[in-house]
Design a protein around this ligand. Sequence first.
Ligand code: HEM
Ligand SMILES: [Cu+2]
Length: 615
Amino acid sequence: MSTVATAPVRTEPATRAYPPGHEPVHHYLLEPGPGPDVRGFARVWPTIKAWATTVDHKRIGVMYLFTVSLFFAVAGIAALGVRAELMNPGSDFLTADQYNRLFTFHGVVMVFLFIVPSIPASLGNFALPIQLGAKDVAFPKLNLASYYIFLAGASIALYAIFTGGIDTGWTFYTPYSDTTNTAVLPMTLAVFVAGFASILTGINFIVTIHKMRAPGLTWNRLPLFIWALYAVSIVQILATPVIGITMLLLAMERFLNIGIFDPALGGDPVLFQHFFWFYSHPAVYIMILPAFGVISELMGVFSRQKVFGYRAIALSSVAIAMLGFFVWGHHMFVSGQSPLSSIVFSVITFLIGVPSGIKVLNWVATMYKGSVWLATPMLYALAFLFLFTIGGLTGIMVGAIGVDIHLHDTYFIVAHFHYVMMGGTVFAMIGGLFYWWPKMFGKMMSERWGRISAVVAFFGFNMTFFTQFVLGSQGMPRRYFTYLDQYHDLHMVSTVGSWFLGLGLLMVLGNMIWSLFRGKPAPGNPWGAATLEWTHTTSPPDHHNFHRTPLVTHGPYDYDALFAGDGSGDGTGGDGSAGRVPGMPAPVPNPEQGGPQEMHKSVDLGLAQPKSKHD
Ligand code: HEM
Ligand SMILES: [Cu+2]
């Protein structure tokens, strides 16, 4: 049996295996636009039209990616403004009123327009059907509708911002939100509308996962990213209506003067907090579960090892999704709720730490004795592991009533949720982006700059937010535009850290743009992964993803089964896509098993299957 050492024999350029006319330009990006001879505006417009009316899940995923990234950038710039104000005590940059509007803008946009849709709508939309061996989601038109509903909600939010913004914080707590004369009405409407996009995506994913799995893709063989998206879809469908209705009630109260939350009208302001957190705690799992899914993929692929405790990871996602509905009261320990309910919420909060802990344990176990390849996606995954663990553990801390009474509404909470939402979800999303980018655009990103960005962002992140744990435990309250001198030093460090963090993220953006124009053509399976989007499609995939419906004969991380090839090492992944990118380290050659490049030799490509009727 020859080994991977024979790989250099391959001399053809990496693009040879593409069918003529399908070299790795972004052919699905342009199709069905006009041919290359049409130039100028005439070429741009049909392309825009083709994009705007597409029902291809890959394009919709890319559009979502573009849109949520835009909101992330805008809200990120707002955050830099918030940090600038806090660099020194006293209002040298913003007035108190401007500050309130700015941090609310940051929070609302980050939560409702970025992080809730982020991974599922972009990476999920792109990868889910391909990982399932399907040609699209179950309801492609609904998918497009969800994108436009999201855009409509976002437009209303922008309208609210341009008509003065709002100053309530992203939580819209009553009774203040009943009385402030800022743009609460349009903003609540925006959240209401954007929620439908979330629900539609959830419905689409659940039906797709149930009905459109390729033959042989049993529940036990689903990639863990799919399991995570399945769990998150359940939460999206069950929880999102609650925030919609809450926003509607708030709007009705303001508009029609019906007393619901406003004590002046006979309402109960704490009721709002119950409604709000009945959505928003499950929503934090909407934000983190997809990230868990991405990390499970990355841990397996880049440790070249079967994911340890597959079933435990899969089921703990579902457990988290369920339990997540019963802990909302931990946000309300100081709201005057009964001590008994506080105790119950506290206990259930501790319980929910268990499935999260199981995941962390399993990821670490996956790396143990694996061949860890520190490529950019894995660096981001490791950053995630470190940061999420801190975020999760501090969550347990504030889940303890006595501790939380001290820390509630301080910078400790701000640090906690940034560790989970940014350190967790955003780092996972960037890791996933580096991972799926070659598949999306057929171009590699720069590995060197990717790694540098991961280090810079990780460093900047900790500088920005670890300081806030200390500030908070010393009593620095959140949502103030100024502070006592004693907090000055740490605030200064935090602000400077935010610049490093911003720099790291800018490098990611630069890398994306560079890659589109200058990136090396991506082979079908640059990482040597074992899931269908890598083994059975080109980069980028064809319009219908697969030429024939794949037949799945192994688990998603079954590298042993996959790489036991004859070792010819021609680097082909799946249906004719080409070899590894030159300059990329080989995905851990294993002399015994040939190496990841020859997976097509042994995997059952299902070519004996009847041709799909959609071809
Ligand atoms: C082990 C899991 C977790 C536990 C035990 C936990 C616990 C808590 C507790 C008790 C609070 C309330 C603190 C207070 O307001 O006084 C809190 C706040 C918060 N958590 Fe977590 N958490 C966990 C994971 C997460 C995750 C995964 C996210 C998001 C992805 C998240 C996002 C937030 C947010 C946004 C807040 C602050 C809300 C606000 O007041 O604006 N948490 N967490
Ligand atoms: Cu919570």
